[in-house]
Design a protein around this ligand. Structure first.
Ligand code: CA
Length: 234
């Protein structure tokens, strides 16, 4: 069991941080691990590219000025193979840098020095967006979730969910076949500014079950929730 699992945080989100400045790298890794991410690191462009190509990361934080292979080169080569969301860290807020980053296939970028809360908010948004786009329509037996239109049908009939119910359902659907902890649901669904109580997730799950059937979401007592990976269509 990894430490993040022991702490009950979402063990499914895995990030790669490519940064050659030791202090910044340490700060990034510590902060992201505290948020429950599993974090791999690389301190040179070629190592970063190798790891990015060999693993399925949920997102990559990529510095531009790197030894051996710069961040732009890493990004251009990676994009020939993978759509992993990439957040680029640039040292200057020059317009040409921004244009270059978007041309190279960066999904977002931050100018140094940046705020850690800003970085983690951007990362969460990137991961959500990427997951949603990867599977626009998710079939869960009789229930169909269209993540692009943000609509849900059951047996072909539209079902109206509240915004929060939809968000919980979509997250569980995107992670079907996996155990999703309550902590993970909070980390990925709520803004930092939101103040809430832990039983709210249970309330949303109750609401979803009332509308879509009890059997859709399984409770794993003391751990969290899951949706089966393969539900028979009906
Ligand atoms: Ca650097």
């Amino acid at each position: 069991m990894r430490p993040d699992e022991a702490r009950g945080l979402d063990p499914f989100m895995r990030l790669l941080v490519v940064e050659d400045e030791p202090r910044l790298l340490r700060t990034l890794v510590r902060a992201l691990r505290e948020e429950g991410y599993a974090v791999d690191t690389a301190t040179a462009g070629d190592d970063g590219l190798y790891k990015a190509e060999s693993h399925s990361y949920d997102a990559i934080v990529l510095d531009v000025m790197l030894p051996r292979l710069d961040g732009w080169e890493v990004l251009e080569r990676l994009r020939k193979q993978k759509d992993t969301p990439v957040l680029v860290l640039t040292a200057r807020d020059a317009c040409s840098e921004r244009v270059r980053g978007l041309d190279a296939g960066a999904d977002d970028y931050l100018v140094k020095p940046f705020d850690m809360t800003e970085l983690s908010a951007r990362l969460r948004a990137l991961i959500r967006r990427a997951a949603g786009q990867a599977h626009p329509v998710i079939r869960l037996g009789a229930v169909v979730v269209d993540t692009r239109a943000r609509t849900v049908t059951r047996g072909g009939a539209p079902v109206t969910l509240t915004g929060r119910e939809y968000a919980v359902l979509e997250y569980l659907a995107l992670h079907r076949g996996e155990l999703v902890t309550r902590t993970a649901l909070y980390e990925h669904l709520l803004d930092d500014s939101e103040d809430t109580f832990s039983n709210l997730v249970d309330v949303h799950v109750y609401g979803i079950r009332k509308k879509l059937g009890r059997e859709l979401i399984r409770t794993r007592r003391g751990q969290g929730y899951s949706i089966e990976a393969h539900l028979a269509p009906c």
